[in-house]
Design a protein around this ligand. Structure first.
Ligand code: NAD
Length: 349
């Protein structure tokens, strides 16, 4: 196996991991360890080129720095990717990649992301201790999605308070895009709070179940972003808030779990110009990494830690909205500045 350093001015360390014999090529990117060991998941995807995989890992690892800092965790930002069809991954690839992670000596902790299952992580954990999100074992934190959904739910309440004048969701209309692990748990919480739901998913079984379970109205996947509602909760894919979709939004606010919802920075400003309150995704969806962090930090009272960090996250979002309103700028801009300040003065994080 060859491990080589890839020069990247904005990142602390970027490694290319390659082993021709077992068909393995991947990257590990440590964006920042200023606040603690870098933490972020491992993604396996059929990238078209190494350049595309590298771009993805650089962007995602930077995003983890922001998310971990916003959540007040003593963790930095990192991410890893393996190139290839996740359905064809081999144990040899997982073991070799785990070996590469191990060479960093704990500067990077990996976890589950797209294309990786708990069983894959279990294989990697046999090779290196720097694997979190395990299903079993000491401090194992399991599926993070319910905690992610809890964080999104409280963010939606806070967003409603700022955008609609009250956090009460009874009778409010929320449009949810994506009914996967996160979207489904979120719908449960929203429905229990009395919200009316309109949902979309590319999987018709999921929308059928949502209609049955939550009395949700169902629209086609390409219609959900144009639904007239109080709040839109994107919980499927990234880049959904862009120059094509923003003009057609008919909501007062956006607060959801998907990563990288804004296609570009300009899209945050475009939402602000339209008077739509945007709850920054990496603040809203940090519940998952908070849950995973209990494993990395070896927290024995996980429920207490999670509750405390989620409450702090809510206070952070509230402060971001308040500051953004006072300055007349979008919350995404204030969120980025808040994180930058935490990076400058780590003890305040
Ligand atoms: P998932 O794969 O379980 O669910 C995604 C759902 O979105 C699936 O049901 C899929 O069919 C649907 N979908 C895909 N494309 C769609 C489209 N164009 N329109 C409508 N539906 C579509 O994933 P998840 O774990 O629920 O994560 C959802 C999002 O939240 C992702 O962006 C993920 O990165 C982010 N996120 C997840 C967690 C977590 O704890 N799982 C934490 C932080 C962020």
């Amino acid at each position: 196996m060859q491990i080589t350093t890839v020069p990247s001015p904005a990142h602390e360390t970027v490694l290319r991991v390659h082993d021709a014999d077992i068909g393995l090529t991947g990257f590990i990117a440590l964006h920042s360890t200023a606040l603690g060991p870098a933490a972020g998941g491992l993604r396996m995807r059929a990238y078209d080129s190494e350049a595309e995989a590298l771009t993805d890992v650089l962007r995602l690892s930077r995003g983890m720095t922001f998310k971990n800092a916003a959540a007040g965790l003593p963790l930095g930002g990192g991410k890893a990717v393996i190139m290839g069809d996740a359905r064809q991954k081999t144990e040899a690839q997982l073991r070799a990649f785990a070996n590469a992670i191990d060479t960093l000596g704990g500067r990077y902790w990996t976890a589950e992301d797209m294309g990786m299952a708990p069983a894959d992580l279990a294989v990697m954990a046999e090779v290196t201790p720097y694997v979190a999100g395990l299903a079993s074992g000491a401090f194992a934190s399991g599926d993070p999605s319910p905690v992610t959904a809890r964080g999104i739910f409280q963010s939606i309440r806070t967003t409603a308070r700022h955008a609609l004048g009250s956090p009460v969701l009874e009778g409010r209309h929320v449009a949810v895009q994506g009914l996967g692990s996160v979207g489904w748990h979120l719908c449960k919480l929203l429905r229990a709070a009395g919200a009316d739901l309109t949902v979309a998913d590319i999987d018709p079984d999921r929308t059928k179940w949502a209609a049955q379970s939550f009395g949700a109205s169902v629209v086609a996947p390409d219609a959900i972003l144009g639904v007239e509602a109080d709040i839109l909760a994107p919980c499927a894919i990234g880049g959904v808030l862009n120059a094509d979709t923003i003009p057609g939004l008919k909501v007062r606010a956006v607060a959801g779990g998907a990563n990288n919802q804004l296609a570009t920075e300009a899209d945050g400003a475009a939402l602000h110009a339209r008077g739509i309150l945007y709850a920054p995704d990496y603040v809203v969806n940090a519940g998952g990494i908070i849950n995973v962090a209990t494993e990395i930090l070896r927290i024995s009272d996980r429920p207490a830690f999670v509750s405390e960090k989620l409450a702090a996250l809510d206070a952070t979002l509230d402060a971001i909205f308040t500051r953004a309103a006072a300055r007349g700028v979008g919350p995404d801009r204030v969120a980025d500045e808040t994180v930058a300040a935490k990076m400058q003065a780590p003890e305040a994080a």
